[in-house]
Design a protein around this ligand. Structure first.
Ligand code: 6GU
Length: 224
């Protein structure tokens, strides 16, 4: 998979993309992440990427020209399956969307900033608008990093334990059951007997039961 990220703050990605699972996925050649600084596509003398909004009001708007130039530049080189805009008014990111995106070849992700992008960018180029939750971030960058992480870990070969992505919270619309490791007794707080006994069927049934209980208590909306 190839992911192109369009941003005014490429530095924000250096941390999340250069460690752990995302680093390993890139090192293994399973994913290529390319960062593009929108400022490099601005043709005015101050390399401005934003401007005042028509009609007045506080906050700058990202201009269409640098964004269009960057998108066209990339589209000339390959076809994109999705051109995603990260925005608080997009549709809420859910596991199913990450699952779908993980099967695609070429993704482009545009990070919004300031008051967002000129509406015509959305009309002309964007195939999908995604928000990661009902709160406002300073820009789309951290949200894009969240999206990229959730997608890349689903690509076959990225996780060392191939099955573990399947037992994540949300993968079957249930939260994950509790997990334990040694010691079996920590100052009187014991690991549940059923896990210690080691009967596979019994453990599976217990986990299922715990997952349902936990989901009922914490995220009843997932069960609807
Ligand atoms: Cl995608 N962008 C911004 N700026 N804020 C957000 C968001 C995205 N998702 C939730 N809050």
């Amino acid at each position: 998979m190839r992911i192109d990220v369009l941003t005014v703050l490429p530095k924000l990605f250096e941390g999340p993309f250069s460690d752990s699972i995302l680093k390993r996925a890139q090192d293994k050649g399973l994913v290529e992440i390319h960062l593009h600084n929108l400022r490099d596509f601005s043709t005015d003398k101050h390399k401005n990427v934003d401007d005042y909004q028509y009609g007045g009001g506080a906050g700058m708007v990202m201009r269409i020209e640098p964004i269009a130039a960057c998108i066209e530049h990339l589209k000339k080189q390959r076809d994109y399956d999705e051109i995603i805009y990260m925005t608080p008014d997009g549709s809420l990111l859910e596991q199913g969307v990450s699952n779908f995106l993980s099967t695609q070849q070429n993704l482009m992700i545009l990070c919004g900033h300031y008051k967002g992008v000129d509406e015509r960018v959305r009309q002309l180029f964007i195939t999908r608008e995604i928000s990661i939750g009902s709160y406002v971030l300073s820009g789309g960058e951290l949200a894009a990093a969240v999206l990229v992480d959730s997608v890349i870990r689903l690509i076959p070969g990225v996780l060392s334990d191939e099955t573990s992505a399947l037992t994540d919270s949300f993968q079957d619309r249930l939260l994950a059951p509790p997990v334990y490791t040694r010691p079996p007794d920590f100052m009187g707080h014991k690991v549940p007997e059923v896990l210690i006994r080691g009967n596979f069927n019994e453990i599976e049934a217990w986990r299922e039961d715990q997952a349902i209980k936990r989901t009922q208590e914490r995220r009843p909306d997932l069960l609807d």
